[in-house]
Design a protein around this ligand. Structure first.
Ligand code: GLN
Length: 529
């Protein structure tokens, strides 16, 4: 019997609903339950694949090739589950499904309306995993009161009514601290809960985000003004790391309160040994290693999974990774030595389009020549390949046909099946593909296996016409897709650590299973300490 947890947010955005949802998932898993977590985004894009990172941060990719919200990355990193397209739903997807059905004539002449047709489609998506897992956690993006979220709230209201005690609503709000008055204010929370009640939903659990510790008196006040049991009002104070949040929630009994709401026996509090071991490592890692993140988006969320993968790898290497963002647009041959002077290694970021790519090439050249550990992902790997062509193979005009359609030396070229593509949304090479590693290569040693599968998101690829020439001159193509023969991994074995992957290893690094490539890269960077 599957049970449902609906997570909503009020007062302001950016409260960390994704982290709370992932933490609830983690705590239920620790009690032996199976879970899944889905994200409902109220915007009208079908998926965030066509959104600029400035709009939306990183685009996370599931194994089955869905371009999704970065919160799915948190879900996977916290819980180790593998999400799929069913875990990410937008208003656009809902409307498209309904309109497609209408065009097919499936509604038999009915007038199509938000209620019940749109809300039914939302409910169908929420119930997708019914009887598959013990708990489904559905996070509703946006803030209560937004026009866009209204159909989602209505769907939740109906499900809460239909499912009875198989559904629980968790509402996350903000308790601001007013410095001049030296007071913490609960009024915004009261208003937000009123807004929920106006939509017909009584929150069962309130998670109060706060920068300062809330007294029992404040919790009591919120409980009685909002019709919520005191034990169901928990506080989520700012933590030094997001990975402390599950433990903090467990300490306050959030998981126990949820189970009681469902009428499920609570039992012993689980130990979560692996998680605690990880937190202990995190707390005791003091030595700092600086890694240069060479990219064009100076925005925390733009390379979220890469940042998290680096920092997780650091913790397991007993170091604190400090990420120095290096804007590739400002890099030139003249200043590269100075800009990279403080970093132990560089991570060359994925991306699209011309802006900032010459700076990435300059950084790669400097790191290659000076034996600085270098890790390139997707566009980053493509820049490593172009740099090698220009400066080692001597093809001065070498480029990707993405940047220069007429280059004579298109060492990175459009994939054959991409040539006829006209629609930009969801048409890249997306999701997990298998890759065979060359025995004896550095990367095979790092993975400890020759057969791997990793997630992709790109249109361009290494041009196999140049493969022999690269290998003769020292850049080895050590990972290849067994079906299509596409090059997935390049490395320079004579360099300290110089690896480029066409795939995105950052999507599959988790707290308890950090990715071996990131572990190895950070280990090499730490050697310079
Ligand atoms: N723009 C490149 C391509 O489409 C790389 C994409 C990426 O870095 N995700 O192939």
């Amino acid at each position: 019997m599957t049970r449902y947890i609906f997570v909503t947010g009020g007062v302001v955005s950016s409260l960390g609903k994704g982290i709370i949802s992932a933490s609830i998932g983690k705590l239920l898993q620790a009690r032996g339950y199976t879970i899944t977590i889905q994200k409902f985004d109220p915007y009208i894009n079908i998926d965030p694949g066509t959104l600029n990172p400035y709009e939306h941060g990183e685009c996370y990719v599931t194994v089955d090739g869905m371009e999704t919200d970065l919160d799915l990355g948190h879900y996977e990193r916290f819980t180790g589950i593998r999400t799929t397209s069913a875990n990410s739903v937008t208003t656009g997807k809902i409307y498209k499904a309904v309109i497609d059905k209408e065009r097919r004539g499936d509604y038999l002449g009915k007038t199509i309306q938000v209620v019940p047709h749109i809300t039914d489609e939302i409910k169908r998506r929420i119930m997708h995993n019914d009887d598959v897992v013990d708990f489904v956690i559905s996070e509703i993006g946006g803030t209560i009161g937004d026009i866009e979220s209204a159909p989602f709230l209505e769907a939740i209201r109906q499900l809460k009514w239909e499912l009875g005690n198989r559904a629980v609503s968790v509402h996350l709000t903000y308790v601001p601290y007013l410095k001049a008055a030296d007071e913490l204010k609960t009024k915004p929370t009261q208003h937000s809960v009123k807004e929920m009640q106006g939509a017909g939903i009584q929150p069962d659990v309130l998670v109060l985000r706060t920068e300062k510790h809330l007294s029992d008196g404040i919790r009591q006040k919120v409980a009685s003004f909002c019709n919520v049991d005191l034990e169901c009002v928990v506080q989520s104070e700012d933590m030094p790391s997001i990975y402390e949040v599950p433990v903090n929630m467990q300490r306050q009994g959030l998981d126990a309160a949820l189970l009681r709401k469902f009428g499920v026996p609570v039992g012993e509090t689980p130990e979560m040994e692996g998680w605690h071991r990880f937190l202990e490592l995190q707390r005791t890692a003091t030595k700092e290693v600086h890694v240069g993140l060479v990219g064009k988006y100076d925005l925390q969320d733009a390379y979220k999974s890469i940042r998290e993968s680096l920092s997780l790898a650091g913790i397991y290497n007993h170091v604190k990774v400090r990420i120095d963002f290096i804007n590739s647009e400002n890099l030139s041959k003249e200043n590269v030595a100075e800009k990279l002077s403080g970093v132990a290694g560089i991570m060359v970021c994925p991306g699209f389009g011309q802006r900032g790519i010459e700076g990435k090439i300059v950084a790669v050249e400097y790191a290659r020549k000076n034996n600085i550990p270098t890790f390139g992902v997707c566009l980053g790997m493509q820049m490593m390949v172009i740099e090698f062509a220009r400066n080692v193979l001597g093809y001065k005009d070498a480029n990707s046909s993405e940047m220069d359609a007429d280059t004579k030396h298109n060492v990175i070229d459009l994939m054959e099946e991409q040539k006829s593509v006209t629609n930009m949304g969801g048409t890249m090479r997306l999701g997990a593909y298998s890759c065979e590693l060359r025995e004896g290569s550095r990367v095979a040693g790092i993975y400890g296996t020759l057969k791997i599968s990793e997630r992709h998101r790109h249109r361009y690829e290494f041009n196999n016409n140049y493969k022999e020439e690269y290998e003769k001159n020292g850049m080895q193509c050590v990972g290849v897709n067994p079906e299509s023969n596409l090059v997935e991994v390049v490395e320079i074995p004579t360099h300290r650590w110089f690896v480029g992957t066409q795939f995105h290893p950052e999507y599959s690094s988790t707290v308890l299973n950090p990715h071996p490539l990131f572990l190895s890269f950070v280990e090499e960077c730490s050697k310079s300490l």
